[in-house]
Ligand binder design. Sequence first.
Ligand SMILES: *Cc1c(COP(=O)(O)O)cnc(C)c1O
Ligand code: SF4
Length: 340
Amino acid sequence: MSAVIEERWAERLQHSSNWSWQQVSSNTIEDITVLAELLQLDANALTKISAGSEFKLRVPLTFVSRMQAGDLNDPLLLQILPQKKEHQLAPGFSHDPLDEQRYNVSPGLVHKYRGRVLLTAAVSCPINCRYCFRRHFPYDQNRLSQDSLNTALDYIRDDNSIREVILSGGEPLLLNDRKFAQLLDKIESVPHVKQIRIHTRFPVAVPQRLTKALCERLIDSRAQVAVVLHANHPNEIDQQLKHHLAPLNNSSVTLLNQSVLLDGINNQSATLCKLSEKLYEAGVLPYYLHATDPVSGTAHFRVDDNQARDLVHEMTNQLPGYLVPTLVREISGRPAKTRL
Ligand SMILES: *Cc1c(COP(=O)(O)O)cnc(C)c1O
Ligand code: SF4
């Protein structure tokens, strides 16, 4: 292990609480040997399980800082480590099991559910989650240029049954504060849009992304705003996140969380209960617990449906109802997510 690398990163981490979010997210690790050194992992053991991938390793240092050094089974590490298992073929798993392309009504816009549309505001993520159901999404064809944004807005304006616009990803908060505010301006200019929802993992990966300007813009929206975070394990929630959520907590913005149920990461009721409790301490309510979609490369994360139901049942026995997320799966062609 190179003490030099370790020292360098340790020093950077120490100062990370003062960084701007751009600095933090550009301090992203994409090299497995650096990750191994940082986490003091046994290089041989790591080589045995890890593998290269087109969907490359990408993790911000702020997320790495919440991992346990020396633990190859760390639940945060397993969410971002490209593994050999991903290359095993699994029957029934494909690139686009949700058939999202069928509902891709214009570039960057998916209209699948009644009353709400999903706008892919940015085409990459600051963190690459191995279980991502959009890991094969043709982002390049869905880049939201000025033209395609205008086309999407025309579509929204022409259909007054659309009450909610959901900004999803990629990662909507990759837009800088100014561009993000401009996007909200445009959406808010459509009178029948009453709700704006932002689905984002960025604040969990990099809490500093919740800048003062961003929070103020969300609070000032004329629409009802909900921010749906995406955390899967209690270790992802720390003081930094709580601190950066505080302005939104003291406002009319609704804070929710969705998780993905992942084998070897959070498929224990104690872990899921702790996640709900830590979210609530940070002012966030659990919304969905997703069963994984059959996306190629993710079969090893799948939890059996019966085990999933048992887990939620156990949660129900231990927590107040408002801390129990709804267990859902996305089934192609259905008019809403399916409750399991
Ligand atoms: C999940 C999802 C939504 C929102 O569904 P809710 O049940 O309202 O959270 C909208 N569009 C698409 C394509 C989705 O996958
Ligand atoms: S943040 Fe969300 S969209 Fe981005 S890689 Fe992770 S799961 Fe996928």
